[in-house]
Design a protein around this ligand. Structure first.
Ligand code: C2E
Ligand code: MG
Ligand code: MG
Ligand code: MG
Length: 279
């Protein structure tokens, strides 16, 4: 009896494993074709000045419009793209598309910066700097309007070549931004070596900032640390007016969050900008 049950649960277990493995293979197969089929889209989420609530830029966020699964959020496929190396062509597409879009906006008088997320895998490519320069060159976008967001894990990969690339790109006017600050394990040594101009506070720190004094103290400390290092600060994930009030009071420079706008397609983003910059 027990043996029977054991066999059944084993069978159930392997079936579940097979199903997960199959699902992953299907997803990988689909993802491989997504670029050619034009299923990848960029959505844009505004980044605003904390004091005035005027838009200063936006973050480009990847969406996969799958024919059956509908819109797949990046959390469900970025890590797969990283593991399979697909992040290289996909990341390239993101960068070029974002630069072209930003340049089109500039030509229509919208003076905004664009932030693009880069995966560690992209930095590891030997021609990493050329990829960035090519995207700028093709689009005609001024490097001053491009921000590259990286997460803290990058510094684990630090090499002399990489540091030199970062210095050269910085000299050209590109800004780097440390994404999800506070969640990695080497945050402070990271800030010491990395030439980043912008620090983005991870949204978990902000969820309770208006009613938990420990969280408030942490955010205040991060803002003041960044300012002492001559960096600007962006708060992610602002969903409530109370969070905004708090960020105003502690001098956080910029913010981003559902309270103002979710990430939206380009046309919708333009409507938002027009409305926002009216008076
Ligand atoms: P991230 O770079 O930290 O981007 C911010 C994420 O927070 C976005 O999720 C955005 O939709 C979400 N967010 C913004 N405001 C709020 C808010 O008020 N409340 C809540 N609950 N969420 C908010 P999204 O678009 O699902 O992207 C998730 C992550 O996927 C990104 O985190 C980034 O690490 C990665 N990602 C997105 N696009 C790309 C890309 O083009 N390349 C690479 N390598 N990674 C990307
Ligand atoms: Mg980001
Ligand atoms: Mg982030
Ligand atoms: Mg994040």
């Amino acid at each position: 009896q027990a043996k029977e049950a054991g066999r059944n649960s084993y069978r159930f277990f392997t079936q579940a494993m097979n199903a997960a493995a199959e699902e992953r293979m299907r997803l990988e197969h689909d993802l491989r074709r997504s670029l050619d089929l034009g299923e990848l889209r960029l959505y844009y989420q505004p980044i605003l000045d904390t004091q005035t609530a005027k838009i200063v830029g936006c973050e480009a966020l990847l969406r996969w419009v799958h024919p059956v699964r509908e819109i797949v959020p990046p959390g469900n496929f970025i890590s797969l793209a990283e593991e399979t190396g697909l992040i290289i062509p996909i990341g390239d597409w993101v960068l070029r598309t974002a630069c072209i879009q930003a340049q089109a906006w500039h030509e229509r008088g919208m003076d905004l910066h664009i932030s693009v997320n880069l995966s560690t895998r992209q930095f590891r490519q030997h021609d990493f700097r050329k990829t960035i320069e090519a995207a700028l060159h093709e689009s005609g976008l001024n490097p001053r309007h491009l921000v590259l967001e990286i997460t803290e894990s990058l510094m684990l990969e630090e090499t002399e070549q990489l540091m030199q690339d970062l210095r050269i790109l910085t000299q050209r006017g590109i800004r780097f931004s440390v994404d999800d600050f506070g969640t990695g394990y080497s945050s402070l040594s990271y800030l010491r070596r990395f030439p980043a101009r912008i620090l983005k506070i991870e949204r978990n720190f902000l969820s309770h900032v208006h009613h938990r004094s420990d969280d408030a103290a942490l955010v205040e400390a991060m803002v003041s640390l960044a300012h002492k290092l001559h960096m600007k600060v962006v708060a992610e994930g602002v969903e409530k007016v109370e969070q905004w009030e708090f960020l105003k009071s502690c001098g956080c420079d910029y913010l981003q969050g559902f309270y103002f706008s979710r990430p939206v397609p380009a046309e919708q983003f333009e409507d938002f900008v027009r409305e926002n910059l009216k008076d």
